[in-house]
Design a protein around this ligand. Structure first.
Ligand code: ASP
Ligand code: MG
Length: 410
């Protein structure tokens, strides 16, 4: 007998029919003798609908009241799933975050989990009940409802698995696992049987949207065995999805590159002819970070004649704001010849823990892009990834040729 936490996302809970299908799946697992804790999201679109409603009433909704409101999406689905289970003869009980007592801090709309009480859940599990917990929500020390940030049900699932010391945390979604790249761009993309936490983190932060980044961090930290699976596979035709493993646990020979990730959501700013002297990077980027804008890649060129060029990338949504701030600080303190911006760029990355022990990955990547005449505008690397910024119009081509060059097509 195993204790399994299963998390079902908004699409899996999207209609009464689908909720009944989830109930059948849960019942099958339970009938195999396992104890099951289910975490659910709101029905797809519901959280957006609620936020929209709030904005119609208050332009910037009060965070405390917004949490009271958006947490209702999950309160509906826990009850519906419990009913669906009872309807097929399975004893089930729903829990809101407060009823479990998922204790969080008080940062409304982006709260962090501090503690989870397991007592009540344990008693119900031992009595043979399926436990259904509302994802995305908790309660602070004053009893106020909090939420964990968009996509937070993944984190609820992993946190419950950690607290209950579950044997596995299964994330059911509308894809059947983690792929070597987006199959919409490369039809030859393959589902990975396993991927390490570190690779998954890179893939998630580089634009792959299968799991919320925080849940992957959490799972790595607490060593929760995490698996991504499809909730749409028919009975008897289920696959094992993708297992996210600790590197030291993976017995198989790792491929050098596990996947090609990309992000269209980037924009580049360049300051030309800034004085090449100490403090310049700080003067340029300080005001940007004070405005809470994330800077991703940074390049400073070799100085010549006392000046240099400085480029960095930001989220495309922050581009206009970053540009204004930059123009201000250049005018006031930094001094420069000019500022140029480019919103039509994207980032393409090769990710793989195998890179640590195999030199030459970068040069293979650069050669592959060169052979297609794709100009690389910026490069950044970590131990397990290489990212390049290229013109947006080359995104599909770059992903396709790199996927092939690293042998991911087979
Ligand atoms: N319902 C919440 C959202 O849409 C949480 C989740 O789905 O994970 O962000
Ligand atoms: Mg989700």
């Amino acid at each position: 007998m195993a204790l399994i936490v299963q998390k079902y996302g908004g699409t899996s809970m999207g209609s009464p029919e689908r909720i009944k299908n989830v109930a059948k799946r849960v019942a099958r697992w339970q009938s195999q003798g396992h104890q099951i804790v289910v975490v659910v999201s709101a029905m797809s679109g519901e959280t957006n609908r609620l936020i929209g409603l709030a904005r119609e009433v208050q332009a910037v909704p009060d965070p405390r009241e917004l949490d009271v409101m958006v947490s209702t999406g999950e309160q509906v689905t826990i009850a519906l799933l419990a009913m669906a289970l009872k309807g097929i003869g399975v004893d089930a009980k729903s829990y809101t975050g407060a009823q479990v007592k998922i204790l969080t801090d008080s940062s409304h709309t982006k709260a962090r989990i501090l503690d989870i009480e397991e007592r009540n859940m344990r008693a119900d599990l031992d009595a043979g009940k399926v436990i259904i917990v509302a994802g995305f929500q908790g309660v602070d020390e004053h009893g106020a409802i909090t939420t964990l940030g968009r996509g937070g049900s993944d984190t609820t699932g992993v946190a419950l698995a950690a607290a209950l010391n579950a044997d596995e945390c299964q994330i059911y979604t509308d894809v059947d696992g983690v792929y070597t790249t987006d199959p919409r761009i490369v039809p030859e993309a393959r589902k990975l049987d396993r991927i390490t936490f570190e690779e998954m983190l890179e893939m998630a932060s580089l634009g792959s949207k299968v799991l919320q980044i925080r849940s992957v961090e959490f799972a790595g930290k607490y060593k929760v065995k995490l698996r991504v699976l499809s909730s749409f596979e028919e009975e008897g035709k289920e696959t094992n999805g993708t297992l996210i493993t600790l590197e030291e646990d993976s017995t198989m020979e790792q491929p050098i590159i596990s996947g090609i990730a990309f992000n269209r959501d980037e924009a580049k700013l360049t300051v030309l002819g800034v004085p090449d002297k100490p403090g310049i990077a700080y003067q340029i980027l300080g005001p940007i970070s004070e405005a809470n804008i994330d800077v991703d890649m940074i390049i400073q060129n070799v100085g010549h004649d006392g000046t240099t060029d400085f480029s960095f990338t930001v989220n495309r949504g922050d581009y206009e704001r970053a540009k204004k701030i930059l123009e201000e600080s250049v005018k006031q303190h930094v001094g420069a010849r000019s500022i140029i911006g480019d919103e039509k760029i994207c980032k393409v990355s090769a990710v793989g823990v195998g890179m640590r022990s195999h030199p030459g990955v970068a040069s293979q990547m650069f050669r592959t892009l060169a052979e297609e005449g794709i100009n690389i505008q910026m490069i950044s690397t970590s131990e397990i990834k290489i990212s390049v910024v290229v013109d947006e119009k080359y995104l599909e081509l770059a992903v396709r040729v790199l996927h092939r060059a690293f042998g991911l097509d087979q």
